[in-house]
Design a protein around this ligand. Structure first.
Ligand SMILES: NC(=O)c1ccc[n+]([C@@H]2O[C@H](COP(=O)([O-])OP(=O)(O)OC[C@H]3O[C@@H](n4cnc5c(N)ncnc54)[C@H](O)[C@@H]3O)[C@@H](O)[C@H]2O)c1
Ligand SMILES: CC(C)[C@H](C(=O)O)[C@@H](O)C(=O)O
Ligand SMILES: [Mg+2]
Length: 362
């Protein structure tokens, strides 16, 4: 009997449904190739939740996610919902609550430059020659995103807006273990990012990370201030292996790392809870500037789906096959507009044609 995995499919807004459609077609191909069934249930989230069911994270969506083995998430947000009260908007009303409800504290964002895409990177060829492979590990359920108090108080020009940056020892410990365990399986280096010259939460972060590192003598630990890290990433990205960050620093540095690989449309992500449950989503957003045109790059969504196969379903071979199929189509010259260089041998394709090429390569 074929194994059955339950997937909650949340396409969301903007390019979300466009790139999700391609990821699901690739999932069909995986189903046909391996002895496995993916039972998929679609649900509204973000602006789609607001428009169809009256709120960004409808109760039915939470129920569907709870019944699933993993969540495949597109992206949420857009100008249409930006004037709603902040807590009702797609990001604060759906994406952040999903992360909290399901305890998705470990966000893995691998920024890998495919050899045939070095020309699409914003860096000079000599800086990235030979490629690079950085894994950003971002704490996802703590820090300034979630800690209380936060809000806006007062009247008129006397108003103040405030957020709280706060980390507990257990929160720092568990994400640090994720980083060191990941580093063990790859380049054996962790660079922990903080702002310990200014922030108390960072002083504690550095102390706890240093303590945990003693349990991993085979992994080299370094510390770097976040401003320097932002600079070092563009100066010499190959110095990094695993980058360990708190929530907001990881948000910023992962977009930066993505662009080094050519496009935000290339960067997948896995948001993991304890155990095997996870939510898989591209690192980029709903891209309102290109939504509805069928030109978005589906690769981040497809690679995120591959991460789901690996981390939630243990299907390492299938995940590798997807990574290889993506590398193959890039070698063959297929390019969506965001990674198109107008070079000889490149074929400009739309979202669906990129999906077709990846399925053919698979
Ligand atoms: N996980 C999420 O759901 C998520 C993540 C980031 C931003 N957002 C939301 O998305 C909306 C737009 O935000 P933004 O413009 O700051 O960021 P964005 O990531 O949506 O877009 C930034 C730039 O990257 C490009 N881009 C992103 N993904 C692409 C892809 N797959 N193919 C080709 N180009 C791609 C866009 O066209 C745009 O020029 C906002 O509402 C924001 O809150 C959602
Ligand atoms: C949309 C937003 C809330 C989200 C974040 O800041 O975490 C996004 O930028 C991301 O990187 O997943
Ligand atoms: Mg972000």
């Amino acid at each position: 009997m074929a194994q059955v995995f339950k997937v909650a499919v949340l396409p969301g807004d903007g390019i979300g449904p466009e790139v999700m459609a391609e990821a699901l077609r690739v999932l069909d191909a995986v189903e046909a190739k391996y002895d496995v069934t993916f039972e998929r249930t679609h649900a509204n989230v973000g602006g789609a939740g607001i428009d169809n069911e009256g709120k960004a994270l409808p109760d039915t969506t939470v129920t569907i996610c709870k019944a699933a083995d993993a969540i495949l998430f597109g992206s949420v947000g857009g100008p249409k919902w930006e004037s709603l009260p902040p807590d009702e908007q797609p990001e604060r009303g759906a994406l952040l609550p999903l992360r909290k409800i399901f305890g998705l504290y470990a966000n893995l964002r691998p920024a890998i430059i495919f050899p045939s895409l070095t020309g699409a990177s914003s860096l000079k060829e000599e800086v990235i020659a030979g490629g690079f492979n950085v894994l950003v590990i971002r704490e996802l359920t703590g820090g300034i995103y979630f800690a209380q108090p936060k809000g806006i108080e007062g009247e008129g020009r006397d108003r103040v807006g405030f957020d709280t940056m706060r980390y507990s020892v257990p929160e720092i410990e568990r994400i640090t273990h994720v980083a060191f365990q990941a580093a063990r399986k790859r380049g054996k280096k962790v660079c922990s990012i903080d702002k310990a010259n200014v922030l108390s939460s960072s002083v504690l972060w550095r102390e706890v990370v240093t303590g945990i590192a003693k349990e991993y003598p085979d992994v080299e630990l370094s510390h770097m201030y976040v401003d320097n890290a932002a600079m070092q990433l563009v100066r010499w990205p190959k110095q990094f292996d695993v980058i360990l960050c708190e929530n907001m620093f990881g948000d910023i540095l992962s977009d930066e790392a993505a662009m080094l690989t050519g496009s935000l449309g290339m960067l997948p992500s896995a948001s993991l809870a304890e155990g095997t449950f996870g939510m898989y989503e591209p690192s980029g957003g709903s891209a309102p500037d290109i939504a509805g045109q069928g030109i978005a790059n589906p690769i981040a969504q497809i690679l995120s789906m591959g991460m789901m196969l690996k981390f939630s379903f243990g299907m390492v071979d299938a995940a590798d096959a997807i990574d290889n199929a993506v590398a193959t189509v890039l070698d063959q010259g297929f390019r969506t507009r965001d990674i198109y260089q107008q070079k000889e041998g490149e074929k400009l394709v739309n979202t669906k044609e990129m999906g077709d090429a990846i399925i053919a390569a698979l």
